[in-house]
Design a protein around this ligand. Structure first.
Ligand SMILES: [Fe+2]
Ligand SMILES: [Fe+2]
Length: 236
């Protein structure tokens, strides 16, 4: 269980689901700011090889996102609230399109996916959603979104950092992120929508906090850091 003072737990207990979503964003703001900084600092020092390296992992990430949500749609439909089924199905198509766009940009920079092996920490990012969801079937969708769609919120922050740090130097990257932004915000909203519907007990709210703090945010932090570091050495 999350180690929270008794008064904090009582406060969370009294929150409506909508208040809880706002609370979640406010307590985790330092994490999102950190992902912004990783992006901002990285692009100010990155050369072409670093960008290629970084895009290789990014291209794989889009495929991995499409694959894990497709698996949810195909194999775990009975765990998904029917209202959300078309939303997850749309996400599969979005991620497949992102894969195409990122791959196109990678090629424009002179890169390819040849000989690519994903960073272990990123493999873990995409393994967590189903693993954690299956450990608690009654919280399946709550956990899936706490693991996957929360990552997408950190990605939005990271991309904003890259965009701001790049200034006018890389208009192609800016154009790509503009193209992805609305979709990624929509994907994050799948978590918000899920929590609005399902975070109506203290147990559900505390589970979201525990899963995100113990697993999602810790894992994505390690993955993001490794990606920017290895890309600087052109090692991805
Ligand atoms: Fe995506
Ligand atoms: Fe996404």
């Amino acid at each position: 269980m999350v180690e929270l003072p008794k008064e904090e737990i009582e406060k969370i207990d009294r929150m409506t689901p909508a208040e809880f979503v706002e609370y979640f964003k406010s307590i985790n703001k330092p994490h999102f700011d950190r992902h912004y900084r990783y992006g901002y600092e990285w692009i100010t020092k990155a050369d072409r090889g670093a960008i290629i390296s970084w895009l290789r992992q990014g291209t794989w990430n889009e495929w991995a996102a499409a694959a894990v949500v497709a698996k949810l749609v195909k194999e775990y439909a009975e765990y998904v609230d029917p209202e959300f089924y078309p939303i997850f199905a749309r996400q599969v198509a979005d991620e497949a399109r992102h894969w195409l766009l990122r791959h196109r940009l990678l090629k424009r920079y002179g890169g390819s996916m040849e000989g690519f092996t994903p960073i272990e920490e990123w493999v873990r990012v995409f393994e967590l959603p189903l693993k954690l969801a299956l450990e608690r079937p009654d919280f399946f969708q709550l956990r899936f979104t706490s693991a996957l769609q929360v990552v997408e919120w950190t990605s939005v922050s990271h991309h904003r950092g890259v965009e701001d740090g790049a200034g006018d130097r890389y208009p192609e990257i800016r154009a790509l992120f503009r193209e992805l932004l609305d979709d990624e915000l929509f994907h994050w909203s799948i978590a918000e929508r899920t929590w609005l519907k399902m975070c109506n007990t203290l147990e559900a709210k505390l589970d979201v906090i525990r899963i995100t703090q113990e697993y999602t945010l810790a894992t994505i932090d390690a993955a993001r850091k490794k990606r920017v570091e290895l890309s600087m050495e052109h090692k991805i």
